[in-house]
Write a protein that binds this ligand. Structure first.
Ligand SMILES: Nc1ncnc2c1ncn2[C@@H]1O[C@H](COP(=O)(O)OP(=O)(O)OP(=O)(O)O)[C@@H](O)[C@H]1O
Length: 251
């Protein structure tokens, strides 16, 4: 009998309070390796707060997180070494070009020379090779997302954590990123991402968690969660969208 594999990400009873706001309320998730995993939920549901804790960027109020078997609290370095992260708000070296940013990161991480080929491929696929002399400070929102994605992948992490990766990304780049993420998962990597793009989640994710009010409403294989409807329809059912009352001043 094969030993059960260690989850790529395991979150147990994660709770995050911000003063009187209970942003995450005992969320538990167990994400097997090689899974394309989606977290969906309305604005303010707790997705970013959950992913921020998974990346070790904020100490949660309570609960535990392990990455490929390494506890973020007790084996932080080993846990973080497994991760590639793309989240808004991570600072970038603003006065460097894309290639310089990747070289800088490769140096900090002590990567072997293989990073050069990967950097070239990533910049080409993400279209950043078209602006080789542009400094990060001059980048648009979408370009910043792309250089963050290249940074997240450069060291070939086992787990990729992406917070709304397609926000501000043009359709051609989104298509390219989708292919890259699929290849990454086909090669055994694990993607954990939040998204508001239900089509994308339905098309790519094997499992999904629907969160609202800091709790998991339902979790499982996408087709089971969708339960015969589209994921979007099921989402709206679950989070209980009210019809919008007529606004006479709009007429
Ligand atoms: N640093 C913070 N300080 C205080 N409250 C916060 C902080 N970060 C998030 N919150 C609150 O926690 C709750 C969850 O926010 P979070 O950003 O995790 O939601 P989200 O699901 O990612 O939403 P969105 O889809 O809008 O990005 C919200 O009520 C938000 O106002």
């Amino acid at each position: 009998m094969r030993a059960p594999s260690v989850p790529a990400v395991e979150v147990v009873d994660l709770t995050q309070r911000f003063g009187s706001v209970l942003a995450v309320d005992r969320i538990s998730l167990s994400i097997p390796p090689g899974t394309f995993y989606g977290i969906v939920g309305p604005n303010g549901a707790g997705k970013t707060t959950t992913l921020t804790a998974v990346c070790g960027l904020r100490e949660p109020t309570s609960g535990s997180i392990t990455i490929a078997g390494h506890d973020l609290r007790t084996a932080r370095e080993a846990a973080l070494a497994q991760l590639g992260v793309m989240m808004d708000g991570l600072s970038l070296p603003e006065r460097l070009t894309a290639t310089e940013v990747l070289r800088y990161s490769a140096g900090l991480r002590g990567l072997d020379d293989g990073w050069r080929k990967r950097a070239g491929d990533l910049l080409e696929i993400l279209g950043l090779d078209a602006v080789p002399r542009t400094l990060v400070v001059e980048y648009s929102t979408g370009m910043r997302k792309k250089i963050n994605l290249a940074l997240a992948l450069l060291h070939r992490p086992r787990v990729l954590v992406l917070d709304e990766p397609f926000e501000a990304i043009d359709p051609v780049s989104a298509h390219a990123i989708e292919q890259v993420l699929r290849q990454y998962v086909d090669g055994g990597g694990t993607v954990v991402m939040s998204s508001h793009i239900m089509d994308f989640v339905e098309r790519n994710c094997r499992r999904v968690a629907v969160v609202a009010g800091g709790r998991v409403l339902v979790e499982g294989p996408v087709e089971e969660v969708a339960a015969g409807a589209t994921l979007n329809e099921r989402f709206v059912d679950l989070v209980g969208a009210d019809p919008v009352r007529p606004l006479e001043w709009l007429a």
